[in-house]
Design a protein around this ligand. Structure first.
Ligand SMILES: [Fe+2]
Length: 287
């Protein structure tokens, strides 16, 4: 808690995602958390404005990238981790249970045997409690499943990157109805995050500005404990009931089909077809 990294959020308005550059206060090292690749899905067009802004920030500040962290396999935006890695270096890391997600969606997208389901597209698979360094800062990955089986919360100094384990207090929590998701497990994971020190800064992966408020993505453990509309004062049973009822009303995320095909490959586009072009699949009635 004595190490206070500088955290810069990059909000992506197209997907309501927040990507972060996290700087070790004692060196020029940084980590990039949950980057975004832009897609115009209707046009099948990939661009990199959001990632390029992060790359420019890293270069302008003379930083070196030690890690590109994915808190989980996102279903609502595409990762730009390999694109940023090519430009800036660094290692790409995700939770060990990516293999479960690859297995599930490898089947749904009928990927052939050339699609490895062993997480080998990533430089590192984190187990619960694993540590790694960003400059002089020792960081820790803790397993916080429920939204997806591979979700990890990453602790860097006095800051924790919770992915979709929590939203801002007035946003509650993320859905738990994707394959491998589990509302009870999500409750337990949230309790684990809330057992961190009260003053720990928490950074969200998404914010939708509920009730017309401005976009916000930083809070604290104490604020979440006191005010989270899905958690505060609720039992596990009450949370599971509320979460399950709400999930039953939610449509699929707009970009789930392209997101999963790219993100299960560590942010790489599917390999080229015989004509040298790359394609995304749409499984009919498959999700
Ligand atoms: Fe997510």
């Amino acid at each position: 808690m004595t190490i206070k990294p500088k955290v810069t959020g990059f909000f992506d308005a197209a997907t309501n995602t927040i990507s972060y550059v996290v700087q070790d206060p004692a060196s020029k090292a940084c980590a990039i958390v949950d980057s975004v690749m832009d897609i115009d899905y209707a046009a099948g067009r990939i661009t990199y404005d959001h990632a390029d802004a992060m790359i420019a920030f890293v270069r302008d500040n003379g930083l070196t990238v030690d890690w590109l962290i994915e808190t989980h396999v996102h279903a609502d935006h595409l990762s730009a981790a390999p694109y940023i890695q090519t430009a800036l270096g660094g290692k790409i890391g995700i939770g060990r249970n990516i293999t479960m997600v690859q297995d599930t969606f490898g089947k749904i997208f009928n990927e052939g045997t050339e699609f490895q389901r062993d997480g080998s597209q990533f430089d590192r698979l984190f187990d619960d409690g694993d540590t790694y360094t960003v400059g002089t800062m020792t960081c820790e990955a803790i397993h916080t499943p429920g939204h997806t089986p591979a979700c990890m919360t990453h602790i860097m100094g006095d800051a924790a990157f919770v992915g979709d384990t929590l939203f801002m207090p007035d946003g509650g929590s993320a859905r738990a109805d994707f394959p491998g998701g589990d509302a009870g497990q999500l409750y337990d994971s949230i309790q684990r995050v809330l057992s961190l020190p009260d003053e720990m800064r928490l950074f969200m992966c998404h914010d939708y500005g509920p009730n017309g408020r401005d976009i916000a993505y930083e809070t604290t453990v104490a604020e979440e404990k006191a005010n989270n509309i899905h958690i505060s004062g609720k039992t596990r049973e009450e949370f599971v009931k509320l979460r399950t009822a709400r999930d039953a009303t939610l449509a699929m995320p707009r970009l789930i089909i392209p997101s999963l095909q790219v993100n299960m490959r560590g942010g790489e586009l599917p390999p080229p077809d015989e004509d040298g072009k790359r394609y995304l699949k749409v499984p009919l009635n498959g999700l």
